[in-house]
Design a protein around this ligand. Structure first.
Ligand code: NAP
Length: 259
């Protein structure tokens, strides 16, 4: 699984060579406390998509870390917009990654958690209908589910106009989903930032200028800036950077400088 474009750490301490799967897993390891980690890919000129999709910005090193972050989480949070637009399929992991989860006392798969104000979701979409673990949908008090949706998902109603995300995260943690990974999209990221719920941002920067047109990785109403601390910089041999930031003031892992 470590075969592919070599990925090295270049900050804080350069690694002696390409990182293998175990070293990457250690760098992105689970926290000893509840955490919401957000993962995005962007271009250096700030695009969230290319021709409307994130795929054009991604590549093999990004996909490898994307899969690793899925392996490491309890709950995989995604906005309904991204779920629909990107045509999410059921969250599956390779057998080695399922084995890693079993060895670490986790369920074989993370739980998919969808955030939707309107409940305009297709119960037949594979992400929901074929999910190995029954997904959870965080929604509003009044949203009416389409026929068949409650056959395949658990609805959690929190908030009138928009989902109360702080209450949603508390509910997920109550259900044992302490390590949360959010894969976007930009409106959900903007709302999580506004509510000061983001503990970590993993950001892949792909080496191309997307040009004007695409939006940013965050969208919605303006909110207060949230300072971050840089935790590591990885570089793949194809020029892709992988940055990990944490909420400023959060303790850096003891091994951040040495490990
Ligand atoms: N570069 C990347 O890494 C990356 C990652 C993800 C997505 N993307 C791109 O982002 C684009 C999709 O973005 P988008 O504008 O559709 O934004 P989005 O955040 O994916 O989806 C917005 C929708 O999610 C639901 N939602 C988000 N926040 C909510 C809240 N606080 N309360 C209730 N519902 C909430 C609503 O769904 P309902 O309409 O169901 O109410 C809302 O209409 C696509 O082009 C996709 O390719 C890129």
């Amino acid at each position: 699984m470590s075969a592919g474009t070599p990925i090295r750490r270049i900050w804080p301490a350069p690694s002696s060579g390409p990182l293998d799967e175990a070293e990457l897993t250690h760098l992105y390891r689970r926290a000893g406390h509840p955490r919401l980690r957000v993962n995005f890919v962007t271009s250096p000129d700030g695009a969230v998509s290319l021709h409307g999709y994130s795929a054009g910005l991604s590549g093999e090193p990004d996909k490898r870390v994307f899969g690793l972050l899925r392996m490491l989480c309890d709950g995989l949070l995604v906005a309904a917009g991204t779920l629909r637009h990107e045509g999410y399929r059921a969250v599956r992991l390779s057998e080695p990654r399922r084995a890693w989860r079993r060895e670490h006392g986790l369920t074989e798969y993370p739980t998919l958690v969808v955030v939707s104000r309107s409940l305009a979701l297709d119960p037949a979409q594979a992400a929901l209908a074929d999910a190995p673990v029954r997904p959870v949908v965080l929604t509003t008090e009044a949203a009416a589910p389409p026929a068949g949706l409650t056959d395949v998902v658990d609805l959690v109603r929190l908030g009138g106009d928009a989902v109360d995300l702080a209450a949603g995260l508390a509910e997920l943690r109550h259900r044992g989903l302490g390590q949360l990974l959010c894969e976007g999209g930009p409106h959900l990221f903007g709302a999580l930032t506004a509510a000061d719920l983001v503990d970590e941002l993993c950001l892949t920067v792909s080496p191309l200028l997307a040009g004007a047109g695409p939006g940013r990785i965050t969208a919605g109403d303006p909110s207060a800036p949230r300072p971050l601390g840089l935790r590591h910089v990885l570089a793949a041999d194809d020029g892709v950077l992988m940055l990990r930031y944490a909420r400023a003031g959060a303790p850096a892992p003891a091994s951040a400088a040495a490990g």
